[in-house]
Design a protein around this ligand. Structure first.
Ligand SMILES: [Zn+2]
Length: 321
């Protein structure tokens, strides 16, 4: 079993970026990928680690398919990082800071490479997951909300440039609105963005997407019904060659960043959400690549785990749910 997972999983130990070097105190759970792999080994692998593909850094040429060259150049500057991370302490503009930023940028490029590789594996083997990334807040000319590069857009634009795909659907169920992805693909009829997000949460300026499903605290109980209706509506309008599923664990009640900004979901609904989504595209024989996106705190990995496990089950890597 462990070898069969390689066609469907992408990860690297270098995904565990240390954002504290920037002075950021956000509880972004960087260990989610390794903890998902550990649990899979324990629960279904007979304590044998599951095999996975390691990605390569996306090239700057690939990055510039989704981001403007002047923004990419500005990533060498501490001020660009300070504003994206909302840092109150000014980063000193010296060799030490530049070395830290180069390392962090390479880690972002690696995770973007992971999404691109997961998308390639999905095209080949129908289902794949990048156990990280999902930087849906990065715009074409600016970073936002801890997202310096938009891996989703880079992967889509790269595969379109290579003529591997024409039409791509992004289904984003992260708690937060995917403003960067929406703005990058605004007016692009080849990419359909379906976004299910907390209406009252940051980012407060929402970008128009192909199909927006804003959720309030009051309608959290109807979350699955709203998602199903939205998937049916999206697929009636648009037939994709590939789906990028921006999973997000931060809808789960034990993985929230800011309490009181909207709704939370119990794990049973998070699990049903992942299963509904994966099953919808498997039933239509449409390749799907999952990426993590948000997840906060010590238990964040649990909000990703059941979805990844279901993906492996539907990919025939696991024989039991
Ligand atoms: Zn989020």
């Amino acid at each position: 079993m462990s070898g069969k997972s390689k066609n469907h999983l992408v990860y690297s130990p270098s995904y565990q970026s240390d954002l504290s070097v920037l002075g950021s105190s956000v509880s972004f759970a960087q260990d989610r990928g390794s903890r998902v792999l550990d649990q899979l080994a324990k629960e279904v692998g007979g304590n044998t680690p599951l095999s996975y593909h390691k990605p390569r850094l996306v090239t700057l040429k690939q990055v510039k398919l989704a981001h403007c060259p002047c923004y990419v150049d500005s990533l060498k500057k501490p001020a660009t990082w300070a504003s994206t991370f909302g840092l109150t302490d000014v980063l000193p503009d010296n060799d030490n800071t530049r070395a830290i930023l180069t390392k962090l940028l390479n880690e972002y490029r690696l995770k973007c490479g992971g999404t691109l590789l997961a998308a390639r594996l999905a095209l080949q083997h129908k289902l794949a997951a990048n156990l990280g990334a999902g930087y849906h807040h990065a715009h074409r000319s600016s970073g936002d909300g801890f997202c310096m590069l938009n891996d989703i857009a880079i992967a889509i634009k790269t595969l379109q440039a290579e003529k591997k795909v024409e039409r791509v659907m992004v289904v984003d169920t992260d708690f937060h609105h995917g403003n960067g992805t929406a703005s990058i693909f605004k007016g692009d009829s080849s990419v359909f963005t379906l976004d299910v997000y907390a209406r009252d949460a940051w980012p407060f300026k929402k970008e128009p997407c192909s199909l927006a499903v804003p959720i309030t605290a009051r309608d959290a109980g109807a979350y699955l019904d709203k998602l199903k209706a939205a998937l049916d509506k999206a697929l009636a309008k648009f037939k994709p060659d590939l789906v990028i599923y921006v999973q997000g664990a931060d809808t789960w009640e034990h993985s929230v960043l800011n309490r009181g900004e909207g709704f939370t979901l119990p794990l049973s609904v998070v699990q049903a959400k992942d299963e509904l989504l994966i099953d919808t595209f498997v039933a239509r024989d449409i390749p799907l690549a999952l990426v993590f996106a948000g997840g906060y705190g010590d238990r964040a990995w649990e909000g990703h785990y059941l979805g990844v496990k279901h993906l492996l089950y539907r990919a025939d890597v696991l024989t039991e749910r």
